[in-house]
Design a binder for this molecule. Structure first.
Ligand SMILES: Cc1cc2nc3c(=O)[nH]c(=O)nc-3n(C[C@H](O)[C@H](O)[C@H](O)COP(=O)(O)OP(=O)(O)OC[C@H]3O[C@@H](n4cnc5c(N)ncnc54)[C@H](O)[C@@H]3O)c2cc1C
Length: 631
């Protein structure tokens, strides 16, 4: 055999042996992975994910059914309205109870206790029973799975199982915190509404990490004592988690939001990396968590780049064009921001993040604001912003004229899922202060659908509690334009309640100063008392004209607007709107965005009006949606 043939055969045999050893290594990895997976399945933590998947599937099916139902009711109601065959409200038409109404009455009773009533503040925040149910159920199931794992080893040693529970929370916690959230897309539940579950899973992680730590201390640390990498990384992970927990209490979130945000991300990274190094075998919880996080950041960045045409930003002239915005001081403490970004499309109730590096203390801090209008051919998006104490205050303070176009704004969005309203017979939109942004976008959307003959809504009633009548000027241009184009078969009613009271009229009132209180204004009594509201039109017509003149409303808009002194009495409003409602669509829909007192008042009102006995008598069920400016 020649020497070249010998070397070829040697090379071939070495290649074969390399392939064989690579195959063996791959097989071993697969085997280890399989063993790890099986071991983990034995501990039961994969069941947590089966349960979550099952719940998401159930909620997804429910969401799909509700989409189909609302689309059907919207078309049915619109057709009846166009044909002039709308049915009179069953509440007015019938007098007696009917067995056919029993399921609806039971549904209303269930929904009232589950979703409308809130538990007292002293228990924990103002949560609904629904939120409590899911918080407790989630915590109980996950801890039970951990205990089951301890029990299955017949040792009742909770140390490692609790560590596993903590690991298994990671993807869920991060997934629920992301703005670009798959769970929200599948279930229609907005990411900010999921925030309570993010907190619940976070608390479970803190609790189980503590149990894991103390159980190991009690057992004695053995070979993993001080100096060992498992010990060091475990301590770092636990400290990171504890710091994350301590810096996320509500007072800190409220007072130092940017600090909270930076600390939260930094400590989360500290925890995740240290936990991975602590026990790399559980990397299959860590990688998905980092992947979800990375994807969220990537999608957010991509949105920001596309909406603001970031590839043109290096060119000064194009930058000015694509980051331009108009800021108008419409009140000493309120600005209206208009940006022209034709590519940004959204649905009513959604919000977007605004970055203004020239104004912000931390150059690229982002703040969420509700999109107050609806997308149209102009490509304009409008935000109405009340100055708080941080970025928003700096924005107001930076203005030297009432209107400026010198500030650059970068927009990212839209975010949040919306509450559909066009399938209701009557819609009542209740707003307090800048909560008008949420209500206005729905109002404009319903008017547009009315014009297109594409809504079941016969009456849309905007109820706005605002400090001064002249504040109507914030929204007058949009209402004037919408009504000028017409609202088809949909009747529009605007009720403005002039409260002249302090900062608690705002959806994000906590921590707001009262500096801008009208010095001549009077504090009105809390909502709910009949005497708190007096119709200005009836009492003092001059006043009404004065308000109309100051508000900038067109004659068509002024004709449908009534001004009142005092706060709105939501229960009265609902009762009278319900009595006048037709019954082709889904009954009466109520959406509220405002301060806590207004939300509570509206909840109470819906609870009372939407009673099971009334529904048994034939009254159509009410549907309530509450929106807040925070999480
Ligand atoms: C979904 C959503 C929609 C909103 N829509 C509007 C709107 O249409 N009009 C309006 O005036 N306000 C709106 N807000 C509230 C607005 O985002 C805050 O008032 C604003 O970010 C306060 O900035 P600041 O630095 O001046 O706040 P600070 O004075 O520092 O804090 C005031 C309050 O705002 C909260 N906050 C501060 N920064 C943020 C942030 N980046 N993200 C979330 N909350 C923050 C704080 O926790 C605190 O409770 C909305 C908030 C959310 C969550």
């Amino acid at each position: 055999m020649s020497s070249s043939a010998t070397s070829v055969s040697a090379a071939a045999s070495s290649a074969v042996s390399k392939v064989a050893s690579a195959t063996k290594a791959a097989a071993t990895t697969v085997k280890i992975d399989k063993v790890k997976r099986l071991a983990h399945r034995k501990t039961g933590m994969t069941y947590q994910w089966y349960i979550i998947t099952g719940c998401v599937f159930g909620l997804g099916v429910w969401y799909a059914i509700s989409l189909v139902r609302s689309s059907y009711l919207r078309r049915k109601g619109a057709a009846a309205r166009a044909a002039g065959t709308s049915k009179e409200s069953a509440a007015a038409a019938s007098g007696g109870s009917s067995a056919a109404n029993v399921p609806s009455a039971l549904g209303v009773m269930f929904n009232n206790y589950r979703n409308v009533a809130v538990l007292p503040l002293y228990i924990y925040q103002r949560s609904t029973l629904n939120e409590w149910f899911f918080t407790i159920a989630y915590t109980a199931i996950v801890i039970a799975l951990g205990l089951r794992a301890s029990g299955s080893q017949n040792t009742w040693d909770i140390a490692n199982p609790m560590g596993m529970v903590a690991f298994a929370q990671m993807p869920f916690i991060v997934g629920l915190a992301s703005k670009n959230n798959v769970l929200s897309a599948l279930t229609g539940i907005s990411y900010e509404k999921f925030n309570y579950l993010h907190r619940a899973a976070g608390r479970v992680c803190v609790l189980t990490t503590a149990l894991h730590t103390f159980a190991w201390i009690k057992k004695g640390l053995g070979k993993h004592g001080p100096g060992d990498v498992v010990f060091t990384t475990g301590v770092v992970a636990a400290v990171g988690l504890l710091m994350m927990f301590l810096t996320s209490f509500q007072p800190i979130r409220k007072m130092f939001y940017e600090f909270f945000l930076i600390a939260h991300i930094a400590f989360a990274l500290m925890f995740i990396v240290a936990a991975y190094l602590h026990w790399p075998d559980f990397d299959y919880w860590v990688w998905p968590c980092l992947l979800i996080w990375g994807l969220d950041r990537f999608v957010s960045m991509a949105r920001m780049i596309v909406i603001n045409k970031a590839w043109l930003l290096p060119f000064a002239k194009r930058r000015a064009e694509h980051s331009a915005c108009k800021v108008e001081l419409v009140d000493p403490n309120v600005v209206r921001i208009t940006v022209n970004r034709p590519i940004l499309r959204w649905i009513p109730g959604q919000h977007a993040y605004v970055t203004m590096p020239q104004v912000a203390a931390l150059r690229y801090e982002q703040h969420p604001f509700t999109l107050a209008t609806i997308p149209d051919e102009s490509g304009d998006a409008v935000f109405i912003v009340r100055a708080q104490t941080g970025f928003t205050r700096r924005l107001v303070n930076s203005l030297t004229t009432d209107v400026t176009t010198d500030i650059n704004a970068y927009i990212e969005g839209p975010y949040g899922t919306t509450h559909r309203m066009n399938h209701f017979d009557t819609v009542v939109l209740v707003a307090g202060g800048t909560g008008i942004t949420y209500a206005l976008s729905h109002l404009l959307d319903i008017i547009k659908h009315g014009r297109e003959g594409n809504t079941a809504v016969g009456v849309v009633h905007l109820v706005w509690n605002v400090r001064q009548g002249a504040n109507v000027a914030w929204i007058a241009p949009f209402i004037n334009a919408a009504l000028e184009k017409g609202s088809g078969n949909t009747r529009v009613v605007l009720s403005v309640y002039i409260t002249r009271s302090h900062a608690s009229d705002e959806p994000n009132a906590d921590g707001t100063d009262d500096a801008d209180v009208d010095p001549n204004g009077v504090d009105t009594p809390a909502t709910g008392s009949d005497s708190s509201t007096t119709e200005v039109n009836e009492k003092d017509r001059d006043h009404s004209e004065k308000y109309v003149a100051a508000s900038g409303l067109s004659p068509a808009a002024a004709a449908v607007t009534r001004f009142y002194h005092g706060r709105s009495h939501v229960e009265h409003i609902l009762r009278s709107d319900l009595a006048a409602s037709t019954a082709d669509g889904a009954g009466l829909g109520v959406a509220v965005c405002g301060p806590t007192s207004l939300l509570l008042d509206s909840r109470r009102a819906v609870f009372k009006v939407n009673s099971a006995s009334a529904v048994l008598q034939g009254q159509k069920p009410l549907s309530l949606h509450c929106q807040t400016f925070g999480w």
